[in-house]
Write a protein that binds this ligand. Structure first.
Ligand code: HSE
Length: 401
């Protein structure tokens, strides 16, 4: 019997207990031993629930118990999760987490602590919920040099953008609906401002490129400025708008960005709709490979956590290599990266003035008072320089393939 502790009995923590109970026999077979949750750490008590006699409020009870071989951290936030995780590793316990804030901020350091002690620090559930993506990057795609990872990594914003596209609704009313359905938090800023996706692409990039990507250096733009009018243009152009989180290795220069992008039906992520997440990895030998599935939610996320628990138990005393070193990966200035831009502009501006500044553009006219144009590929810096020469620009959205 292997004994584990779960830190945090919220959505994911209760899901972990449920997965372990529901799939008890299958899990035991795969782990080579039965797994029992000995403790649940939480601020609250849970009287009348199956875990009521397992609840503890003092982390030291868990840290000082030699029977505990794996600690599952599903509290969220950097502190006290970081201190608890590090102390658990220092006490000889492997740690599994679903906490992207912790992994993005402290992943390289915690991996090193685990490596030095022949333990494991595993975090499959921190990106893409139930979708296997960390393990494939770490162990299945290792023959390739990753050229690009582009993902829809946030279910809440994908739900909002999908609804805006299909129903022509405005951002605020779809956000309220998402909150009522429990998809969006009451404070939705981490999702709608792109911060959640930013941390997730930092984690994926750190593994794919083998060096630590500081999420604070990733250019991040959310979806709060996307309007129903932008979707009217997208529809007229047979395109969609998605919040993409992307990192690309362009001949040794790595660019990373989180921003809404206009994409075509040929784009691998075009049909990833609703709360679903999708991740496209492009390798230099493999080409494109896609991962799609439930990017959030209690049981899908808990399933990924339990998979890591099984892996840690199978690899007792042996560190599973993770290609993420502490060395910093210097990201290249996004201003140098090249894209086409979709631009909406007041119709008081002559098209000849637009072409005088931007060169040849494709014009789209579908509503009164304004029109839109798509530029030729140009750098972000060049776009900003051109845009500063024109009054009347309403908005701009980057275009991906
Ligand atoms: N808020 C996140 C999302 C939860 O909407 O995708 C999963 O990390």
């Amino acid at each position: 019997m292997k004994k584990i502790a779960v830190l945090g009995y919220g959505t994911v923590g209760s899901g972990v207990v449920e997965v372990l109970e529901t799939n008890k026999e299958a899990v035991a077979k795969k782990a080579g031993d039965e797994i029992e949750v000995k403790y649940v750490l939480d601020l609250k008590d849970f009287p009348g629930t199956p875990i009521e006699h397992k609840v503890v409020h003092d982390i030291n009870i868990i840290l000082d118990d030699p029977e505990i071989v794996v600690v599952v951290e599903v509290m969220g936030g950097v502190e006290p999760a970081y201190t608890f995780t590090k102390n658990a590793l220092l006490k000889g316990k492997s740690v599994i987490t679903s906490n992207k804030a912790l992994v993005a901020a402290k992943g390289a350091e915690l991996l090193e602590v685990a490596r030095e002690r022949n333990l494991n620090f595993l975090f499959e559930a921190s990106v893409g919920g139930g979708i296997p993506i960390i393990r494939p990057l770490n162990s299945s795609l290792t023959a390739d040099k990753v050229n690009e990872i582009t993902g829809i990594l946030n279910g809440t914003t994908n739900f909002i953008l999908t609804k805006m596209a299909s129903e022509g609704s405005d951002f605020a009313s779809v956000l309220s609906e998402a909150q009522a359905l429990g998809y969006a938090e009451r404070d939705p800023s981490a999702d709608v401002e792109g911060y959640d996706a930013c941390r997730k692409i930092a984690i994926l990039s750190s593994i794919a490129f083998g060096k630590n990507v500081n999420y604070e250096n990733i250019y991040t733009e959310g979806i709060t400025k996307i309007t129903d009018k932008d979707f009217m243009y997208a529809k007229a152009m047979n395109k969609s708008i998605k919040l993409l989180a992307s990192s690309k290795d362009d001949n040794g220069k790595v660019y990373a960005i989180v921003a809404p992008m206009m994409i075509s039906p040929e784009h691998p992520l075009y049909n990833v709709n609703g709360v679903v997440n999708g991740i496209n990895v492009n390798g230099n030998m493999l080409g494109d490979v896609m991962f799609i599935g439930a990017g959030a939610g209690k049981l899908p996320t808990a399933s990924a956590v339990v998979t890591d628990v099984i892996d840690a138990i199978k690899h007792d005393g042996k560190n599973v290599a993770c290609f993420w070193s502490k060395e910093e990966l210097k990201l290249s200035d996004i201003q140098e990266s090249v894209k086409r831009f979709f631009v909406r502009i007041a119709d008081s501006v002559e098209k000849s003035s637009v072409e005088a500044v931007f060169g040849k553009v494709n014009v789209i006219e579908i509503m009164k008072g304004e029109y839109a144009f798509v530029t030729e590929p140009m750098s972000e810096a060049k776009y900003s320089e051109c845009a500063s020469k024109l009054d009347g620009i309403i908005t701009r959205i980057r275009m991906d393939r």
